[in-house]
Design a protein around this ligand. Structure first.
Ligand SMILES: Cc1cc2nc3c(=O)[nH]c(=O)nc-3n(C[C@H](O)[C@H](O)[C@H](O)COP(=O)(O)O)c2cc1C
Length: 225
């Protein structure tokens, strides 16, 4: 795409990707992150070092294949997540990891905003301040934002910082999402249930465009004819 970059995401295969029965999944200990899943195999120091080299090789392969960069998946129970996760307030070890990433001058970090619903909505007081302080480069954030909250994140709390809001699930239910953000239109809610459905387009390509977007296309067609 014009003026775009493409990054490959590197991750270690896990149960959800391979199926519970067929795979031996490795982790920091035999305790699986999810009690539903079989025990993991505790990695030896040697295996950890080999895995780091696997990431190095995969990154080099991606560069050779033409990607502009790579990012490492460190969330959703993936291997890096299993090594860094503590239940509860995990801000301390993440601050340490982010500071190290900052020293390496990596292109960006991508974080999920903790959204702790309180009676009045979202907890604002802590937000991702620790990360904004620890990392000097751009920070990508995500967490089911609508346009109002996205603008707030970019413009208000750390106006001098490069904060980039990512949209994921709303892209599925709003094929004209960019137009809706530009014109402050309501988003159509997505179906969480359909998001991970396989062999079905339901929930991916069957949502409607807004009447405003369709109207703008009509206008454009008339201008061009
Ligand atoms: C079906 C589905 C699969 C996803 N797979 C990945 C993935 O492999 N790696 C990743 O970093 N994020 C993944 N995500 C997260 C999205 O890339 C995106 O960052 C996130 O959905 C944005 O937040 P939002 O949906 O709250 O707007 C996935 C999201 C969905 C809905």
């Amino acid at each position: 795409m014009r003026a775009s970059y493409i990054f490959a995401q590197l991750c270690v295969l896990k149960h959800e990707m391979l199926g519970k029965e067929v795979a031996i999944i490795r982790g920091p200990s035999t305790i699986s992150l999810d009690t539903d899943l079989p025990a993991t195999k505790a990695m030896t120091i040697e295996e950890i070092k080999d895995t780091v080299q696997d990431f190095v090789r995969a990154a080099k392969n991606a560069a050779e294949a033409g990607f502009d960069g790579v990012e490492l998946l460190g969330a959703t129970g993936d291997l890096i997540d299993a090594f860094t996760q503590l239940k509860g307030n995990a801000a301390l070890q993440f601050t340490d990891a982010i500071k190290r990433a900052d020293d390496l001058k990596i292109a960006y970090i991508h974080l999920t905003e903790p959204r702790i619903a309180e009676s009045n909505g979202i907890r604002e007081n802590e937000w991702l301040d620790f990360a904004c302080t620890a990392f000097r480069g751009p920070i990508l954030v995500q967490s089911g934002y609508d346009s109002k909250l996205a603008r707030k994140r970019v413009d208000e709390r750390h106006p001098d910082k490069d904060i980039v809001v990512m949209f994921g699930r709303y892209f599925t239910s709003n094929p004209d999402l960019v137009f809706r953000i530009q014109h402050d239109l309501e988003f159509t809610p997505y179906s969480q249930q359909d998001l991970f459905a396989t062999k079905s387009f339901k929930g991916y390509t069957d949502y409607a465009f807004s009447k405003e977007y369709l109207g703008s296309l009509n206008m454009l067609t008339q201008l061009l004819c």
